[in-house]
Design a protein around this ligand. Structure first.
Ligand code: WT7
Length: 662
């Protein structure tokens, strides 16, 4: 682990502050700084009382809990652990007999623009029907299911049906290869796979079932009894008689209620794999009650979701954002949400803005990478610029997944939010279950590029390598000092790795997030990126994001990623991969622009931050979810052979371009 530091003038020192908008503050669930402070204080004074109160108010229990936090086996914390409930009942049944019953739960828009709607009642019926079908096949509490589905109402039905029976799901993102499916199938010991024939993205069909067939054929998956297939396109599939079943056949004749199976609060709800800094992906295990409490509460607190809102989170259900902020949080909160099958650039780069206009979306949640690529697209194709659309319905806009650089923040604020919507820059992780640090729309003055302040009950701190708090303005390790209900419970099948990774002995029992951060004098958090992405150049430490932010603030630059490369004289050298807003430069022109960018960075941060090597490409290597694959860039920067699985890359040819030094 390397530490972040601030001995270099940071582009993150932002002077712009945007106070909360009066109309939003007035009606917000948490309204005004005093209300926030009161909650923070309540949580500090008696955390058990605080979390116990919220768990009683926001969840329906079949057996009430008597103990809030059990620390007896720390860091394997347990929450509400003598209580029982069912998560699906808390997302669906709770709305029956209330005005929410007949409210639209999901407005689903397909890749080619068809719109399907289900009410809460209809979603309940469909979940019951499928759960009854699974039950008839002998599936029961504790069984594991791998879900490999495209964005669809069926994906929500499949996940909810599993948890209704007390089954544990592990969703594998549709962009992952059969190798990834196989690893997860074996690791969780799944007896059920739920998939689709094909998926539709950007006007193309992409087969899904063959990857499942291949994964199972690899071996070691004897536990798999059935593969249930949702027919999305009607494309050809190979059929394994006896093992494979159509989803509509499983549902056939199963109409009627399906009793939700009460489970212990700590019963595993799902396992979601995420990449660690080394080794194979970790199966992050979440527990039922604590996770759902936070999913639902943060939809109400951070998104300030109201009865009349139309909410849209653009994430895929294959990621934690899709779990918490599509499948669980919004349903538990009774929100109407938009769900989208396709990609932001099809049929053109105005798709998001057009959908916001069409469905009158009021809360919009997306990723900085999407924003940055849409900035670029809007410049190239003026007809796709958000200004061309009526976005008056928006009241809150959010960002998640990576630091949002101040320039992208300002564009999002001005061009999308029209300077009247707060941006929620939400910092959290797969492991945290839900938001941890985020502005609240009716409370927090915003600073572009800062995720601002922790949520009430969440005790974030920045510490040095001995676990001691650092002074404000000094970089350090981001930690969580106290357990919180939605925290990761363990790594599935590997409790030792869990302890070693997240609760290393030097951190005094704090949860180590793996990010570097600093706090300013207002107590605002500034995330500097993963600790392993922080560079040390000639004894000076630099956040890769700081350099990226500087590069992106240059008028020629659309996107940039910076990695470190071992260097004999300086320890580490900075390599910058840059996508320009213009066409790919060559020869002298490339050299000239590279020099201009180096000087620019020197001016923005300090000469030490000048990239040693600048590589231009038409794009950066990204996963289909849009995350920049930094590990791959480090390989490219070092001229190493690529050993990593690149099957999830959107654009593998880009690697060749980026291998060329200017
Ligand atoms: C890592 C977690 C959170 C759900 C999606 C990603 C980075 C996340 C922010 C933010 C700066 C952020 C962190 C974190 N990250 N949100 N608002 N500002 N960095 O979940 O795949 O588990 O990744 O994403 O580095 O550790 P994930």
């Amino acid at each position: 682990m390397r530490m972040a530091s601030t001995d270099i003038k940071s582009v993150l020192v932002e002077n712009r502050v945007f106070p909360p908008f009066a109309d939003i503050e007035k009606n917000a669930t948490i309204s005004g700084m005093q209300a926030y402070d009161d909650l923070v204080k309540e949580a500090q004074q008696d955390p058990n009382e605080f979390w116990g109160r919220l768990a009683k108010e926001h969840l329906n229990w079949t057996t009430p809990f008597t103990q809030v936090l059990d620390e007896s086996e720390a860091p394997f914390y347990k929450w509400f652990s003598d209580g029982e409930l069912n998560v699906s009942a808390n997302c669906l049944d709770r709305h029956l007999g209330t005005p929410t019953e007949n409210k639209t739960a999901i407005i689903f828009e397909t890749d080619d623009g068809k719109v399907l709607r289900v009410t809460y009642r209809e979603l309940y019926d469909r979940v019951c029907e499928f759960a009854n079908g699974l039950k008839a096949l002998g599936y029961k509490k504790g069984d594991r299911a791998i879900i490999y589905l495209p964005m669809s109402i069926e994906a929500v039905v499949a996940m909810q049906a599993c948890v209704r029976l007390g089954m544990i799901h592990s969703v594998v993102f549709g962009g992952f290869s059969s190798k990834s499916i196989h690893e997860r199938l074996v690791d969780v010991g799944a007896s059920l796979v739920i998939t689709a024939d094909e998926q539709m993205r950007g006007g193309k069909t992409i087969a899904l079932k063959p990857a499942v067939d291949e994964a199972i054929a690899t071996g070691g998956c004897q536990a798999v009894r059935h593969v249930v297939v949702y027919r999305r396109t009607g494309g050809n599939v190979q059929w394994h008689e006896g093992r494979d079943l159509w989803m509509h056949d499983v549902c056939q004749g199963q109409a009627g209620p399906c009793e939700p199976v009460p489970v212990n609060a700590e019963h595993p709800l799902f396992i979601l794999y995420t990449s660690g800094s080394t080794g194979k992906p970790k199966g992050v295990q979440h527990a039922s009650a604590g996770y759902l409490l936070w999913a639902s509460l943060t939809v109400k607190w951070a998104f300030d979701a109201k009865e009349s809102d139309v909410y849209w989170c653009t994430a895929d259900v294959g990621w934690i954002t899709g779990h918490t902020y599509i499948v669980y949080g919004p349903l538990a909160a009774g929100v109407t949400q938009v769900m989208f099958e396709g990609v932001p650039t099809y049929p053109n780069a105005g798709r998001f803005w057009e959908m916001i206009q069409r469905h009158e979306v009021s809360i919009f949640y997306t990723a900085p990478t999407a924003i940055r690529s849409l900035i670029k697209a809007a410049e190239a194709q003026p007809e796709c610029h958000p200004r061309k659309y009526d976005l008056n319905s928006l009241r809150i806009i959010g960002s998640v997944g990576e630091p949002i650089n101040p320039e992208a923040w300002m564009w999002y604020f001005k061009e999308v939010g029209r300077e009247r919507c707060p941006i929620l820059d939400t910092w959290w992780q797969t492991e945290t279950g839900g938001h941890m640090i985020t502005p609240l729309p009716g409370v927090t003055p915003l600073k572009p590029g800062s995720c601002t302040l922790p949520l009430p009950g969440i005790e974030m701190a920045i510490v040095d390598e001995t676990g001691t708090d650092v002074k404000s303005g000094t970089g350090g390790f981001l930690v969580v000092k106290r357990p919180w209900p939605a925290m990761i419970r363990t790594i599935w099948g590997d409790p030792e790795r869990f302890k070693k990774n997240y609760f290393p002995p030097e951190m005094k029992g704090y949860y180590l997030a793996g990010d570097g951060a600093q706090r300013d004098t207002d107590g605002y958090f500034w995330i500097m990126g993963r600790v392993d992405d922080v560079l040390n150049v000639s004894g000076h430490r630099l956040g890769t994001m700081e350099i990226e932010s500087a590069l992106v603030s240059h008028s020629l630059v659309a996107e940039a990623a910076v990695v470190g490369r071992p260097d004999d004289t300086t320890g580490e050298a900075i390599v910058a991969f840059v996508v320009l807003k213009r066409s790919l430069p060559e020869g002298d022109e490339a050299a000239k622009i590279a020099k201009e960018l180096r000087d620019w960075v020197a001016k923005e941060i300090g000469p030490i931050a000048k990239p040693k090597d600048i590589r231009f490409g038409e794009n950066l290597p990204k996963t289909r979810s849009g995350k920049i694959m930094r590990r791959l860039l480090r390989n490219v920067a070092r001229g190493e052979e690529i050993t990593q699985d690149v099957s999830t890359l959107e654009n593998p040819t880009i690697l060749d371009q980026l291998s060329q030094s200017v």
